[in-house]
Write a protein that binds this ligand. Structure first.
Ligand code: GLY
Ligand code: MN
Ligand code: MN
Length: 430
């Protein structure tokens, strides 16, 4: 049950409105087997309900049933196969619904539920089947105006919900810190374990073993474990190449703990010692990362952070001989994108790329206390890059931390994963 979150959502809804929020569908992996179920973040944020085939109806103006859950009913036979269901009784007793019904009854009740509401909060475009059913209910209501008054408008609940989700409460920050701690520990274990001759998948397995061992439900996204030049492929997830003496290993892996993501990248030497060339590239990324983290505070925009990262990394590209020319011009013409092609970070929360607007009224939105972002600059020098010093070929470095905006500045949630060259080498030498 998410009482405060649900109460705040209700408070922000327009008067005389109703919200319909659906659970995520189950998804087939192959033939008749499914991916492990993962609840829709909006639905989970409001309800804390973890089962599929559920619909929440939120009607603050309703005299008794302000919060109704439609859920899978108890079914001893199905539960023998798939596990316990909360059922209609549990939806009320364990999840705080004012009233609950079997989900099959949703459509028989939908018109009465919608009747008289001025506005319907419903996110179109996520579940085509439910979209169509709801449109059909509204069409039927419009055709029978003596019986029904159909909603005047349909708006996206995300307009309220995603703003709420963007700014984390104290309880959410605690969960995010735990998620970050679990991920940081996994990265430390990977640094300790890696040896030349191991395979990328061994490190992936070790990382994810550490997530599960500490109670995380799953990785928050597919782990990236790229040795050598694989680190220069931004979304490398094949993770099946041997790890070579003298190469770097880039690990981008985060945990999902009680619905909340962490997102960490560390880049460390497979044999425990950075080469001179690796050290130069790593230091350029690290100084940028530290400078951007330092900038984080209320009022700063992601645009400003991006600008700073781009300026510092482009200046480093010139210093290292990767690019030649005026830094300003290389930025204006976006030449720097040869070696740095993504943004410096993103919102982080229940979704790894979390919800919330980056722009408001056409302007970059200032950060505020309670927002969590990543700071993750990188340099990616392809093996095939032309006109560069040979020693940098195939080096990819990214350093990524999760940073909470505090009233006074920032707190790095992922500080337990070392990132200074000496710290990492010392840890790996033990
Ligand atoms: N791991 C996804 C990201 O860093 O954005
Ligand atoms: Mn990230
Ligand atoms: Mn990442």
């Amino acid at each position: 049950m998410r009482r405060t979150q649900l109460a705040e959502f209700m408070r922000r809804m327009e008067p005389d409105s109703i919200a319909i929020i659906a659970s995520a569908p189950e998804r087939t992996r192959s033939n008749d087997t499914e991916y492990r179920y993962r609840q829709d973040s909006d639905f989970y944020y409001l309800t804390g309900f973890h089962e599929p085939e559920a619909i929440a109806v939120i009607a603050p103006a309703h005299a008794e049933h302000k919060y109704t859950l439609f859920v899978r009913p108890r079914d001893p036979e199905r539960e023998t196969w798939d596990g316990r269901r909360a059922g209609v009784e549990g939806a009320v007793a364990e999840f705080g619904a004012d009233k609950a019904f079997p989900v099959a009854e949703f459509h028989t009740q939908a018109r009465d539920l919608l009747n008289g509401a001025r506005n319907l909060y419903y996110r179109l475009g996520v579940n085509a089947e439910l979209d169509e059913a709801i449109i059909n209910h509204i069409r039927a209501m419009r055709a029978r105006t003596r019986l029904y008054r159909a909603p005047d408008s349909i708006t996206d609940p995300g307009v309220i919900l995603h703003e709420l989700r963007l700014v984390k409460s104290a309880e959410e920050i605690e969960l995010m810190q735990r998620s970050a701690d679990i991920a940081a520990e996994a990265h430390v274990e990977a640094m300790r374990a890696v040896r030349p001759g191991m395979n990328e998948y061994e490190i992936e397995a070790l990382i994810e073993y550490n997530f599960r061992r500490n109670g995380a439900a799953a990785p928050a996204y597919t782990s990236i474990v790229g040795g050598g030049a694989n680190a220069t492929v931004l979304h490398y997830i094949t993770n099946d190449a041997p790890l070579r003496d003298g190469d770097l290993l880039l690990v981008d892996a985060g945990a999902e703990y009680q619905g909340y993501a962490s997102d960490i990248t560390r880049t460390f030497p497979i044999n425990g010692r950075y080469t001179e060339a690796q050290r130069e590239v790593y230091s350029a990324v690290l100084e940028t990362q530290l400078a951007c983290v330092e900038m984080v505070k209320p009022g700063v925009t992601m645009g400003e952070l991006n600008k700073r990262a781009t300026e510092m990394l482009t200046a480093s590209m010139v210093r290292l001989g990767l690019l030649t020319g005026e830094v300003e011009k290389l930025i204006e013409e976006q030449t720097y994108k040869r070696f740095y092609m993504h943004m410096v970070g993103h919102y982080l929360g229940m979704d790894v790329h979390d919800v919330g607007r980056y722009q408001v009224d056409g302007q970059d939105r200032p950060l505020e206390a309670g927002i969590i972002i990543t700071i993750e600059p990188g340099l990616y020098i392809a093996e095939t890059a032309e006109n560069i010093p040979d020693k940098y070929r195939g080096i990819g470095v990214r350093i990524e931390d999760d940073v909470l905006v505090t009233p006074a500045g920032q707190r790095v949630l992922t500080a337990k994963a070392p990132k200074q060259l000496e710290e990492i080498e010392k840890l790996m030498a033990q």
